[in-house]
Every structure is written in C-alpha cells, then in structure tokens.
Design a protein around this ligand. Structure first.
Ligand code: XIL
Length: 393
C-alpha cells in the first residue's frame, strides 16, 4: 500500500464521517476504512480501544509493527484511542546496564502518541521472570546486604521510570506475569532469592509513591480456556494476599492471548465460560478493575483456508468479549498488534501447515477482517460504563 492510497482513504473516512455517508464498495476504489472506529465505538460506551505498537526494529522482526511504518501507524491512529509500547518500556529496553536509563525509543513512541492525541499505557515496570529480566539483573552482585541492594535496585528503577513519563501515563502494568502457570506459585528469580514475595509489594508501593493517581495493574496471561485453572487460582491467591497486606493494586490486566501456545480446537483448549465468569467475579469482588491488555488469537490449529479461519476466529472473539465485557469493570480493551504480518505470534510455534498466522483484527494488506467486526459488535453489545471506576482514569 502506498502513502498516497492511505491519505486518500483517510480523506474519504473524514468526509464520510462528516456527512454520515457510508463509502464502502465504491467501484474501483479501495474499500473505505470501517466507520465508526473501534475507539469511537468504545468511547460511546465509556471505554477505550487500543493496541500495542513499537518504535524501532523488533529483534527477529526488523520491519516490526512500528510507528515508522506509515501503513501500520495509520491503522493504529485511525482505530485507537490508546497505545501500549510492545517492548520499549520494559526493563530490558530501558536499562542496557545498571547505570543507564535509555528512554529514546519510548520517548519517540510518546511523541507519536501526543501527535495523534492518543493515551498511553505503561508496560511494564517489572516483568518478573528470569527469562525476561535483563542479564545484568540476573548476574547482579548484591553484595553483603543483598536484600537492601535488591530493594534499592527495584525502587530506583520504578521511581526513575514513573517520574520520567509522569502523569502522561495514567495506567501502568506494574508487575507482569509473576505467577507460574504450572504451579500457581510465585516465580523464583534472583530478586525473590533476596526479598521473597516482598518483591511485588516493593514495586507496587514505589509506583504508588511516584504516581499517586495512576492506575496500578497486575498483568498476566490467565486465559479462559481449559488448562488455565492453576494459573487462575494462583493469580487470585496473589491478589488476595496483596489486598490483605495493603499493597496498592488497582486492577487486574487480562492479557487475553486467546489460546496461549495451546491447540484451541482440542478439548484441552475449550473455553470454560462458567469458570471464567467466576474468576472475574472473584477479582472484581476484591474491588479490582479489569482491563483486556493484549488481545490476539492463536490460530495455530484453525482451518487453513483464510475465510474459514477468519470466521472461526471471529466467533471466538465475539464469545470472549461478550462474556468479558459484560463486566463493566473492563474499561480498556487493547489488541497486541492490529495487523497480522507484524504479530509477535509469527515468531512463536508455526502452524503445522506452514501457512502465515492471522491473529489480529487486520490482515497482511491492512484490511479489516471479521475479527475486527466481531470486536466492534461486542463493544456495541456491551453495557455502557456509567462512570470511571477509580479516580485515576
Ligand atoms: C512480547 C513482544 O510482543 C515480543 O516482541 C517480545 O520479543 C517478547 O514480548 N506478554 C506480555 C508482552 O506481557 O510483553 C509480550 O510481548 C507478549 C506476552
């Protein structure tokens, strides 16, 4: 797609919006972008719609789903009211070494958001998993008073990062994925070795101190399909413990990577609607808000034919959001990327037939798929949110 085509589309969308005319299907023209946008639909319900976007090359995906790709940036800017940086605010990205904070990429993303009047969620202050901590943290010399040194490392990081972005960020994923899905227990890291479970408390308290009005989120890939039972129970146990101990957690982020790495078509991948509803009831019963932070669908085992695959994914999307958005505590819905060709899932286990993945609301040519319509329909069917739940939104 060329930049020229895009601007024409945007112009058409603007004109259509103003006149209330549907332009889709004009002979010889590219189809007009769907209108209203997902963000407009979400806003009419007191919600926000957003997506992950990157700033700069993404490891094995040099072209990435980035602000530098005009076609991708246009889809995101048109459909979203909210962004989340795919990698740029993670400790691995911001902290090349113990002495350095490198905010350049994250700041480019913030500037893109400001230029397009988009909000930004912070992701994340601590991805509490050895695999995703910077190597220098895993190898850190904690010295003769290791608990003090570990606490200092964490509070310095959280304080510096929170204050750098300040009140421009009104919602942070403070801790990401600290529960091991296999056991339901806290993951062991070099930090728990010195601080035990207090790692989590320290990070939340530091975030609250730096940003008193920010929504502080615990974010994890607890999903609704079978196989997530231990993970869900473990996350609830952690949240109960945090509540009991007065740790300032405001919301639970439901990553919503539907299917995870499993086979969604097998019995082990079946949605557990009743258990999911109970899980959300228990979380909201603790007074927590909810967010869908990283929606996409693992279409690994879905039919190869694109039209059939898209139909199955759209049904799945609709069912998931119909149930999940029936909870008015969900105010933000974010996709983990808008366009198939940039999805992080392309770098995960391939489909057995080798066909490209279709995990996102838009296809490889930046055209909306039935999944996009399913999200729109679920938002339209959702009960309106009367008022923001917490003072931070
Ligand atoms: C992923 C990114 O999409 C990849 O580019 C990166 O290599 C690894 O992280 N859960 C999360 C996200 O909370 O931060 C992850 O993002 C996807 C799973």
């Amino acid at each position: 797609m060329t930049g020229g085509t895009l601007s024409r589309r945007q112009a058409l969308a603007g004109a259509a919006g103003g006149l209330g005319i549907a332009l889709a299907g004009a002979a010889g023209a590219d189809p007009a972008p769907p209108s209203p946008s997902l963000q407009a639909l979400a806003r009419s319900k007191g919600m926000r719609f957003g997506s992950a976007i990157a700033a700069g090359p993404q490891g094995s995906r040099p072209e990435g789903g980035t602000i530098d790709n005009p076609a991708y940036a246009a889809v995101v800017a048109r459909e979203c009211g909210l962004l989340v940086p795919e990698n740029e605010m993670k400790m691995q990205a911001l902290r090349p070494d113990p002495a350095t904070f490198d905010f350049r990429r994250a700041d480019r993303l913030m500037a893109f958001a400001a230029d397009h009047a988009l909000d930004v969620r912070g992701h994340n202050l601590l991805w509490h998993n050895t695999r995703w901590l910077p190597a220098w943290v895993n190898d850190f010399d904690f010295g003769s008073r290791p608990a003090t040194a570990a606490e200092k490392l964490l509070t310095t990081h959280v304080d510096t990062v929170c204050r750098h972005f300040g009140t421009r960020i009104k919602s942070w994923d403070v801790v990401n994925e600290t529960i091991d899905p296999a056991t339901g227990a806290m993951r062991d890291t070099v930090l728990t070795r010195h601080l035990g479970d207090r790692v989590i408390d320290i990070v939340f308290h530091a975030a609250r101190q730096a940003l008193p009005d920010c929504q502080l989120v615990y974010n994890d890939y607890v999903e609704w399909e079978a196989g997530n039972e231990t993970h869900r129970a473990g996350v609830l146990k952690l949240l109960e413990r945090l509540r009991r101990d007065g740790v300032p957690v405001d919301a639970l982020g439901l990553q919503s990577h539907i299917g995870g790495d499993s086979d969604l078509t097998g019995p082990a991948g079946a949605p557990q609607e009743a258990a999911w509803r109970r899980f959300l009831e228990e979380a909201t019963g603790m007074g927590l808000d909810l967010l869908c932070t990283e929606f996409d669908i693992n279409d690994r085992a879905f039919p190869g034919d694109p039209a059939r695959r898209d139909a199955v994914s759209a049904d799945y999307t609709r069912a998931y959001f119909d149930l999940t958005l029936s909870f008015p505590q969900v105010q933000d819905v974010l996709a983990w990327g808008m366009v198939d060709r940039f999805s992080w899932l392309n770098g995960r286990a391939p489909r057995p037939d080798g066909l490209p993945r279709r995990p996102c609301p838009y296809d490889r040519d930046d055209q909306p798929k039935p999944m996009r319509a399913a999200i729109a329909a679920a938002i339209q069917a959702a009960p309106p949110r009367s008022a923001p739940h917490a003072p931070h939104i």
